[in-house]
Design a protein around this ligand. Sequence first.
Ligand code: CTP
Length: 288
Amino acid sequence: MAAGDPLQLKHAARRGNRYRTPEGLLERPRPDLDPDTRPKSPSMAVHFTDCNSHVPQSPLTSSSGTPLRVLITAGPTWEPVDEVRFLGNRSSGRLGAQMAVAATQRGLPTTLLRGPATADPTPDPLLTEQRFHTASELDAALHLAWPNHDILIMAAAVADHRPIRDPEAPRKIRRSTGEFTIRTEPVPDLLEGLAKVPHGGTRIGFALEPADELARNAREKLQRKGLAAIVANPLETMDADVIDGVLIDADGREQSPGEGPIEKTAFAVWLIDRVIDLHGRRRSAIDE
Ligand code: CTP
């Protein structure tokens, strides 16, 4: 662990090592978007689209003055073993659903691609939902949706491996089959694949890692997948009500909502505001 690495120190603290975060290393939440100035309803969001004579430089609008469109993926993938069973994971999709709600509460049209057995987000006229089961279905949905969005937040827990299906195999594997082996193949990295799609938008990934490898592996994934930022969070986050996440951006800046785990609902609101802010800064850098 690098000496003074704030991310590692933060998670070392959760394991019982008492420390004080060096002042300024972990940024505190900022009132960067005055709640009173945010569009809270579709009607206010429409107000921006009507102002074509003077395109407002709001962090909530695209360069054409329309509200930013947010694409969020959430939940597990289920990869079939036969027509009855699947290989899945414990992702609940709760954080993704809460981020979708937080984005619509900012007045942003939001698409949620939602995996099986995940939490229902609160219905909202600004929210569009689409379901997926397998990584292939999610990949197809992403390639259709991403060109029409400004921000992608990839919170889905996509399979790393899936069973190789033998077309000759029985539709249902039976007990009488006796011992059998499931052979798997790697699933392509969907987020990395989207880096090849020409797009000026902001892609945000997640890195779910053991606490002692969190910082190093999250930074490696951030670079390899060509992301604007990555949310580094320890394995304990999966299927929990709380999260202890840190947002690391491509400039190496680390931000966290505070020390220790917080409710996913609060984290979702915090993260959406950070991501809107990050998208605005990247857009300003391009415009300069
Ligand atoms: N991801 C993806 N496609 C995959 C696997 C993961 O797009 N086949 C995305 C996840 O949605 C997440 C990010 O990549 O935003 C990191 O996922 P994670 O499971 O932490 O890492 P992996 O890239 O799968 O790498 P590893 O298996 O080494 O942990």
